[in-house]
Design a binder for this molecule. Sequence first.
Ligand SMILES: Cc1cc2nc3c(=O)[nH]c(=O)nc-3n(C[C@H](O)[C@H](O)[C@H](O)COP(=O)(O)OP(=O)(O)OC[C@H]3O[C@@H](n4cnc5c(N)ncnc54)[C@H](O)[C@@H]3O)c2cc1C
Length: 395
Amino acid sequence: MATDYDVVVVGGRCAGAPLAMLLARAGFKVCVFERHTSQFEMRSTHTIQLAGVRLLDQWGALPRLKRLGAPLLTRIHMIIHGVSISGLPWTATDQLSSTCVKRGALDTLLGELAIEANAEVLYQHDVRAFEFDGGRWTISASTPSGSQTAVSSRFLVAADGMMSSVASRLDLQFSMYRPSLTFTLYKYVPNTVGSECYILVDEWGAQACVPTTDGDMIYVIQRPTALFDRFKTGPQSFLREAADRIAKFAAIPPQATLCDGFRRALNQPSFIRAMLETGACLIGDAWSHKDSVTAQGITDAFLDADLLAKLMIANPQMDARFERALKLKWAQRTALYAEEVERANRLAGFLPATATQIEELQTIARNPELSSKFLGLDAKTYSEKDLARDLAGLS
Ligand SMILES: Cc1cc2nc3c(=O)[nH]c(=O)nc-3n(C[C@H](O)[C@H](O)[C@H](O)COP(=O)(O)OP(=O)(O)OC[C@H]3O[C@@H](n4cnc5c(N)ncnc54)[C@H](O)[C@@H]3O)c2cc1C
């Protein structure tokens, strides 16, 4: 194994692995340290939005993604504040759509792509220390057996998730922080929805059924944090109540038992951190995190990886010019992302809809084209500004 690299990436999942793949394909010497094995199942409900599927397509990964067996969604049915909106957030030009792949399978695929591109991917290597001498980083990692690996690199990328220890040690501050408003429960049940997805949103929370790998669908319940104490003290009654509400969904399988086997994720703050230090930057959840209500984190991690790789490939010296370009592009990305973080935070508040909002939703529901566009808000193919413009055009 080499010890000198162009780039060392800490964290080898949705942000770190694609970055390593893209850079290694372009001839960079890249090393990835990942604390867990590739199959480790992250707490995540796995939807890859259309914008992310398009990137996987550009990266040549789509045939392998399809072989994992998760369908591309053919229709989304949403009941939002009592209004039914149904459509398909894709255009006929590429016939692509969002999909939902269990994380063990997705993360293994992303790791394999990085390894095939010739990146050194070291699983079960926990980065414990790093140091910068003004020119190069020295990074040390430990394995569960206690062995140590030390490497050096010109650039350090933190793709080590929401609790990024690299960000803490570099003292990169939050430019925006909203505490967690929701908690999420999810479990796998046999797929009864084919390639369609069902979502119910109201002031009590959100729940969804999305087809995924292994012939399963993922069944998600998201609720305001304020209700969590009730969940802790009386999970049976809480889940029965959820089941009563979910009974509005024709597609929920009668055999789904609600009271066991749920995974939980409790802490979902929305934030953006400063992303850049000399010779280092953050991507994915390490840089910014949104409440999972919009299910966009994987796609955003792909977008970060793609953008950073393009900037590095255009400036392989990674000199001051590169850092200026990086700063500029990330300022633009931060401005865009800040709106999305605010939207996620607003949705996670699960406020009752106003009369005007219900009227708008009814207008959208009556218009099939607008319905499909509206469902593209989470697919990242449509924006709230576009929606306001289109609604104004109809009135
Ligand atoms: C309940 C829930 C549901 C979600 N649902 C969705 C969804 O449907 N769709 C969606 O797009 N997003 C969803 N998300 C968000 C999504 O999971 C994240 O945005 C995504 O995983 C971010 O990828 P990442 O690579 O930046 O970070 P992570 O996936 O967190 O990966 C970081 C990696 O860094 C490694 N690491 C950390 N520290 C070290 C270290 N010191 N040394 C070595 N390795 C280290 C960790 O082991 C980890 O594997 C959900 C999140 C939650 C909590």
